[in-house]
Design a protein around this ligand. Structure first.
Ligand code: NAD
Length: 256
């Protein structure tokens, strides 16, 4: 149902971004993949998506910690009917020990990059007469946990940005929303397990079951396909009046 639309998905050579790109391509959208790496493997992922789903798929390198590269990504895409702001990093430390450069990087990549890509994409959407902005926030855009100050500040920020852009485009055929996933087992989450294990003096398996899924009443990780399917829904006609809001994919986390 998204045939002929072009989707730009930031941070999409791995995890949720790749899952969202695949589901959008499955629904017929042409996709632009991105990361800061520019490896052969990144271009190979684009070729595999093009072959599997019969769409156009390209990879464009951009380091989203830099404003000009975030803006250039959307410009180079040439078209951007669907913008998925997904790129994100994490760092876990108490606020009084939180390294300033980690704080700055997390705010730049997880929050400011979405401002820059949105600012460039909106005029393109207006010209095309249709647009969808899907920001990948987090349950941590609605609730907090200790030791993740920068991430949680950025995710609350992107929920606020989604509401504001939803209001600014309310009279147009453009929507802007945030998806708030609970835990999804991706490289980003796996990387937190050793540190958390140390902090709580637990084995890595115990961390998965007792610390991570402790917050998630379903006791199951959400999948990248489920987050991708939610993005496809937000791009559908059924979702045309859903704007400036959040959709949780969190196994009940935010109901607690
Ligand atoms: P991941 O580490 O698998 O993917 C992160 C992506 O961001 C990668 O494609 C990486 O290349 C890209 N990226 C990182 N720094 C970048 C930079 N400077 N420039 C361009 N791209 C960059 O992690 P993930 O779990 O798939 O996370 C994706 C998004 O989903 C993040 O915003 C994250 O906060 C959010 N999220 C994840 C979970 C979870 O449980 N995994 C839960 C809620 C929200």
């Amino acid at each position: 149902q998204l045939k002929g639309k072009t989707a730009v998905i930031t941070g999409s050579n791995s995890g949720i971004g790749l899952g969202v790109a695949r589901e959008l391509a499955r629904a017929g959208a042409n996709v632009v993949l991105n990361s800061f790496t520019d490896r052969d493997e990144d271009h190979a992922i684009a070729r595999e998506i093009a072959d599997t789903f019969g769409v156009t798929a390209r990879y464009i390198k951009a380091d989203l910690s830099k404003a000009d590269e975030a803006r250039a990504l959307v410009e180079q895409a040439g078209a951007c009917d669907i913008l998925v702001n997904n790129a994100g990093i994490q760092h876990v430390a108490p606020v009084d020990e939180f390294p300033t450069e980690k704080w700055d990087a997390i705010i730049a990549i997880n929050l400011s990059s979405a401002f820059h890509t949105t600012a460039v994409a909106l005029p393109m959407m207006r010209k095309a007469g249709w647009g969808r902005i899907v920001n990948i926030a987090s349950a941590h855009g609605l609730t907090a946990s200790p030791y993740k100050s920068a991430y949680i500040a950025a995710k609350h920020g992107i929920v606020g940005l989604s509401k504001t852009v939803g209001l600014e485009t309310a009279r147009e055929p453009i929507t802007c929303n945030a998806i708030c996933p609970g835990y999804v087992l991706t490289p980003l989450v796996e990387a937190q397990i050793p540190d958390t294990a140390k902090k709580y003096d637990m084995s890595e398996d115990e961390v998965k079951q007792k610390v991570i899924l402790e917050r998630q009443p379903s006791k199951e990780f959400a999948t990248v396909e489920q987050v991708g399917g939610t993005a496809v829904f937000l791009c559908s006609d059924a979702a045309a009046q859903i704007t400036g809001t959040t959709i949780s994919v969190d196994g009940g986390w935010t109901a607690l």
